[in-house]
Structure formats: C-alpha cells, structure tokens
Design a protein around this ligand. Structure first.
Ligand SMILES: [Zn+2]
Length: 419
C-alpha cells in the first residue's frame, strides 16, 4: 500500500494567540447542507474575530472550484474577492478580503455562502468526507492550522447520518457539533450507515466505519489503538493524555491523516495493522494529536512529522518489536545521510523527496540520537513537556531540551540540527 504523505500540521499563529492580547481565537459558524446522491453541498460560513482582536484586514482563501456567493460584512469598509496564488497548494485560490475600520472595538464578522461538489476520492456511493484533507473550508493564508472555536451544523436527507470528532446533537435531520480545532480540520462524515466499535474501558476509543461491515482486522485495529494510546499516555502524552479518540474508516482509498481533535482518518479499505508498515501509520497518525503545532510553511514541520514518525518507532520498541525498531530506524538513517540541515531548511523550494528526507527522516534520526544521549526516562520527560506545551518552533524545543538536560545537550542538539 503506498504511504501517501500525511499532512497534519500546525498553528502558525498559536504563539501569537497565546502571548498577545490583541489576537484571540476566531469563531467559525458553519451551516452545511449535503446532497449525498450528487456528492454536492452548500455551506454558509461565518468568521468572527473577538472585539479584542485588532486585525483590520481579514483574508480568507477558498477552494477555487467552489461557487462563492453573498459575501456580507456589516462593519466592513471594503470587501472584495480576488484570485491569489497560494504556494503551499501550488494553486490559485479565491480570496475573500474584507477591510475593517482601524480601532473598531467590536466583533468583526463576515459571512458568505459557497457551494460545490466533493471530488472523487472524497465521496463515494456510501460516504461524503468533509475533513482535514478535503480542502472544503476557508482559512487565512499561512494559517491553515490556526485554532478556531466552531459550531458545525449539518443538514442531511432523512436516510443519512453524520459523524464528527465530537458527539452530535441531532434534531430533525440537523446534526450539530461544537469544539475547537484547526481551521481546515472541521470534520463531518455523511453516510446512510455507520458501523461502530468502542473500547470497553477508558479512554474511550471508537472505530467508525462506512461499508462494508466490521471485520476481524477492525477488531485488531481497535486493540492496537488501545495499546498505542496506552503507551503514549504513559510516555509522551503523560502531561496531556488522550481521553477519547475516534478512528474513521471511510473506505475512500486516498490517504491517512491525523486530526488535532483526537481523531484520525484512515481511508484505505484494506488497512491491516497486522502489517508493520500499517501499524506504524496508525501510531504515527494517533501521535499527531500532540504533534501538530509546528508551521507547515517552514522548517518547523519537523516538529510534526519527525516527532510523529519517531513516536511510532517508540511504540514499536515498547511493543517488544526491537528488530522492527532497528530496521525502521536504519531506513531513516540511510535516507538522512548527507541531507541538508533542519535549521534553515527551505521547505518551500525543496522537491518533495528532499522534504521527506529532511523533515521526516533526518528529524527522526536526530530524535533517536537525543534519546540515546539522554536516556529513556529523560527523553520521555522532554517529549511530554514539548507535547503539553504545544511547542511550535525549533527554538522553543531546544529550550525544553536545555531545561531538562542542561547546556551541553542543548549545544549538541543545536549542532545536530545545524549540520
Ligand atoms: Zn504525519
């Protein structure tokens, strides 16, 4: 099974949200209406900034394939829609741009509607997948993964059900979900029927599957997820453990990705964790619950992808498969040989294979070397502190390492990341 890139990333702005009072978490209200028979949908989207936020221009990128209508913003002094190239997608997006008066100490709000059809790969005869890799949501340029507080209301025909990462309130064909997650990761799976299996004990882990029925390998998937989460909660997640988790299996055969909001979407219909490679994918994606705060637009993405990769190898080791751990690490060592430094890596201009070698493989090798250097107990303490602190920059990670392990290891790490 090809291992497609798993992009689960980061909050470029999290640091600013936390440390400057002029920025605050935006509020998103969404009313999604779906037509599963035609894979089409329409959406009313409202984006609000609290009065304390002093931003005077709001730009929101939207998938250019969607028809955008009815942009309204009561406090705006100017509003327009332009087309802008977005390097991260290597595509031109339509961009809503709204200007507000400076020093407007009121909530800034804009609303628009858009409609479209989900691509093949995001919808089948059985399911429509609105989630992190569906490119179905507007987002601020460069802040794809900024945290938003949301209400997502989904209207579906009577024969259909809707699932998300949080429990639903269901009333007359309208399913409502509330939570906080990154701007592009609000999730709604729409299907006539879901199969579900849930852990008998805490933390509550659910496998939610669209056709066909649950199989023996899905039971194994749930069991492995329980062991992986148990291990993570004792180690890297010790300060911020998983309390609930959902594994979605839509069967759309496209990719696998982790979601910040305690969930992962694995679309391969033959996914089988009896195979080591697929067990590693599961462990990698679950760990993105913690590893999702580095920016996807620069070198910081190693804080997501190398950390998730090494977490999956740690699980392998903890499960008793030391041979597997060594073999998987050796692959990364080979790939990382002569790869450029992580610090200063120009992600935007690197071809994808080089990006993988640096951000995934070299980062993993450096984490393994740090592990060897400081020992397991201290290494887990470093990971747990990094995870709980939602560390989003390499510099902040280096400081965590310095606090836990002293100046010599700090200097050693800076050298490893710079060569
Ligand atoms: Zn990943």
């Amino acid at each position: 099974m090809p291992r497609l890139p798993t992009h689960f990333f980061a909050l470029l702005s999290l640091y600013f949200i936390c440390s400057h009072s002029s920025f605050a978490t935006p509020i998103v209200q969404l009313q999604l209406k779906v037509a599963p028979a035609t894979h089409s949908f329409s959406c009313q989207y409202t984006f609000s900034l609290p009065a304390s936020d002093t931003t005077s221009i709001v730009r929101l990128n939207l998938n250019p394939q969607f028809a955008l209508q009815h942009l309204t913003s009561p406090q705006a002094i100017q509003q327009r829609v332009v087309r802008r190239y977005y390097p991260y997608f290597a595509d031109t997006m339509q961009q809503v741009e709204v200007r507000f008066p400076a020093n407007l100490h009121k909530i800034r709000k804009l609303t628009f509607t858009y409609s479209g059809t989900l691509d093949k790969g995001l919808a089948t005869d059985y399911v429509m997948v609105f989630s992190g890799h569906s490119n179905w949501l507007p987002f601020r340029p460069g802040q794809d993964y900024e945290l938003v507080t949301y209400t997502l209301a989904v209207s579906a025909p009577p024969a259909y059900q809707v699932r998300s990462t949080t429990p639903a309130k269901h009333h007359h064909g309208r399913w409502t979900f509330r939570g906080t997650t990154s701007a592009i990761e609000l999730t709604a799976l729409v299907a006539a029927r879901f199969q579900q299996m849930t852990s008998a004990k805490e933390p509550r882990i659910a496998v939610v599957k669209v056709e066909p029925p649950l199989l023996g390998r899905d039971t194994l998937l749930l069991q492995r997820a329980e062991t992986i989460i148990g291990f993570y909660n004792r180690s890297l997640g010790a300060q911020d453990p998983i309390k609930r988790f959902t594994i979605f299996l839509p069967g759309t055969n496209r990719d696998a990705f982790g979601l910040l909001d305690n969930a992962t979407v694995i679309t391969y219909s033959d996914f089988d964790v009896a195979k080591r490679g697929e067990l590693l994918i599961l462990a990698h994606e679950i760990s993105h619950k913690w590893w999702g705060y580095g920016s996807v637009h620069d070198e910081s993405e190693w804080l997501n992808e190398a950390f998730a990769t090494y977490s999956s190898l740690l699980y392998l080791q903890d499960s008793g498969d030391s041979t597997g751990y060594r073999a998987e690490l050796a692959k990364r060592v080979q790939s990382a040989t002569n790869a450029p430094a992580i610090i200063g890596f120009d992600r935007a201009n690197a071809p994808y294979p080089l990006f993988r070698r640096v951000v995934y493989d070299k980062g993993t090798v450096i984490l393994a070397a740090l592990h060897t250097r400081v020992g397991t107990e201290k290494f887990y303490a470093i990971l747990a502190k990094t995870a709980a602190g939602k560390v989003s920059t390499t510099a902040s990670f280096i400081e965590v390492v310095a606090q836990e392990s002293g100046p010599d290891t700090r200097q050693w790490l800076v050298t490893e990341l710079s060569k």
